[in-house]
Design a protein around this ligand. Structure first.
Ligand code: GLN
Length: 198
């Protein structure tokens, strides 16, 4: 296990748990001794100081965000500065524009990026790569699963890591996004990086 250092017991992180890969994110926060609760309702959301939007299926998550009545309160908290970490499908949900999405698919427009869904191919084209991340000494093992590609970055967005020519980790103020699955790497450093901004 790489990088277990900070203990931020006072912070309560929420992991959006409507669908997808939320359980492994919770496990990483528990390894960091950070309280991480599942967010499924507006009442859950009120309790958290930061939020993770996990990987999964962004079209399904979009529907569930509406039916659970979470879309509006999350949107409001994001505008108020709620720190959020969107990974893979979570990045899609936070983006400004979704290419190859469903016509009725919603996004929060919380970070100035345009993303293309499934841009690296289908499930069998999933891949792994060691990437260099600004501010981390050692490379990070990134797992890409039917990953979205950031096809353009607008003003205010800072790229933090590349895979080939593509930006795969980026930040704009309170919003951090990764096109890969950091919770699958057995490495807590990206979650620590996120918590530093909380
Ligand atoms: N392709 C998925 C989507 O569009 C994202 C894949 C993932 O989160 N691993 O939502």
């Amino acid at each position: 296990m790489v990088g277990v250092s900070s203990k931020k017991a006072a912070i309560k992180v929420g992991v959006l748990a409507l669908q997808g890969a939320f359980a492994r994110h919770q496990k990483v926060f528990h390894e960091l001794s950070v309280d991480a609760i599942e967010v499924r309702t507006p009442a859950n959301l009120e309790k958290v100081d930061a939020l993770v939007m996990p990987g999964g299926e962004s079209t399904t998550m979009s529907q569930l965000l509406e039916s659970s009545q979470l879309f509006e309160p999350i949107s409001r908290r994001l505008k108020e500065g709620l720190p959020v970490f969107g990974t893979c499908a979570g990045m899609i949900l936070l983006s400004r524009t979704i290419l190859d999405g469903r016509a009725d698919q919603l996004s929060f427009d919380a970070i100035n990026i345009d993303v293309q869904r499934n841009a690296y191919g289908r499930q069998i084209d999933s891949f792994e790569a060691d990437i260099k991340i600004d501010s981390l000494d050692q490379p990070f093992h990134a797992v890409f699963i039917r990953a979205p590609r950031i096809v353009s970055l607008g003003s205010g967005v800072t790229p933090l890591a590349y895979c080939g020519d593509d930006v795969v980790l980026a930040r704009q103020e309170n919003v951090l996004v990764a096109s890969f699955h950091p919770e699958l790497a057995d490495d807590v450093r990206l979650h620590e990086l996120f918590l530093k901004g909380v």
